[in-house]
Design a protein around this ligand. Structure first.
Ligand code: NAD
Length: 299
């Protein structure tokens, strides 16, 4: 890292989450070189002080660390193994960190392949959504070698508040999958309570406020409850990404022969939501499934 603990960061994937994380890295004094397939996203980040790169390899030029924040496993693999990827052109600081939510199996393969060329790899998925990303308040769950984690930690501190080394390579993703399973099913529980409250003629804002004061309180009820009640489906965390995460949960569970009946049920409801055109809406749009089942609407 450079003087005063400030470093050079290559950052790949500046969508909903990545652009906020880049802004916080810049505010912490790091120099950031960004790459994305989306021209408009690159232009936005450049206006905020990031340098534009033409490829993952270009983003890695002179970097202490390269961070990826991409939708799914194939996008991260393309960034690592592609023609202008990080396996051929690693950062000079010999550290790559993936903060997307992807397959733990793919993570361990990438870790092993980068290790062969002397480059560290940390899986560090996050929780906290776009608001957590904006406020540098993400929960970051990291898997990988202790020395690589120590090297990455100062950069994590610019983006998150709860930063935990949870185990070996892939462990970060496994913790994140547990997180996603709880989030997915928790939204379903809130949908059911709101559907029952609505059919009973309750004031749903009052219902939410009372529930937040007791043992039914949750991050989802606090942050997404108002949107559900108002019928606001704008994303946040898209139904498409929620389904991607539930697929990763089920693949992982099947490999270990762990039955997850709750996850299976709620997954079919998210599939229903996507089939009704909700894929790009926020995951609180699961409530529309309950609108259809009860023939009632909110908002
Ligand atoms: P997003 O779709 O908004 O952003 C992804 C960005 O990656 C886009 O700008 C896209 O153009 C870019 N991209 C795709 N393929 C690329 C490639 N090959 N090379 C370079 N750029 C490429 O997604 P997001 O909401 O920011 O989520 C990113 C990751 O973080 C996902 O794995 C998601 O599951 C996870 N996550 C999201 C949230 C959330 O609330 N949005 C919360 C926690 C974790």
């Amino acid at each position: 890292m450079g003087r005063n603990d400030k470093g050079n960061v290559g950052f790949i994937g500046i969508g909903t989450m990545g652009r906020e994380m880049v802004r916080n890295l810049l505010m912490a004094g790091h120099a950031v070189r960004v790459f994305d397939l989306d021209e408009a996203a690159l232009a936005d980040s450049a206006r905020e002080g990031a340098a534009r790169a033409k490829s993952p390899a270009d983003a890695a030029q002179g970097a202490d660390i390269v961070i990826t924040m991409l939708p799914d496993t194939p996008h991260v693999e393309a960034t690592i193994y592609g023609e202008h990827g990080l396996l051929k052109s690693p950062p000079s600081g010999k550290l790559v960190v993936d903060m997307s939510t992807i397959s733990p199996v793919a993570v361990r393969r990438i870790h092993a392949d980068l290790q062969k060329i002397g480059v560290g790899f940390i899986d560090a998925p996050v929780s906290g959504g776009p608001v957590g990303a904006k406020n540098a308040a993400l929960s970051i769950m990291a898997g990988g070698d202790a020395d690589a984690f120590a090297q990455a930690e100062p950069f994590f501190r610019a983006m998150g508040t709860t930063i935990t080394h949870v185990g070996a390579s892939g462990a970060g993703q496994t913790v994140k999958l547990c997180n996603q399973l709880i989030c997915g099913i928790n939204i379903q529980a809130i949908c059911e309570a709101l559907a029952l409250g609505r059919a009973s003629g309750l004031d749903l804002n009052l219902l939410r406020r009372v529930l937040l004061g007791g043992s039914a309180a949750s991050w989802m009820l606090d942050k997404l409850g108002p949107q559900m009640i108002a019928g606001d489906v704008s994303a946040g965390f898209r139904i498409d990404l929620q389904l991607k995460d539930l697929r990763l949960v089920q693949e992982h569970a099947q490999a270990l022969s762990v039955p997850l009946p709750g996850t299976a049920l709620v997954t079919s409801q998210y599939v229903d939501a996507r089939a009704h055109g909700e894929g790009s809406n926020g995951n609180q749009a699961l409530f529309r499934v309950y609108d259809r089942m009860t023939n009632q609407t909110t908002g």
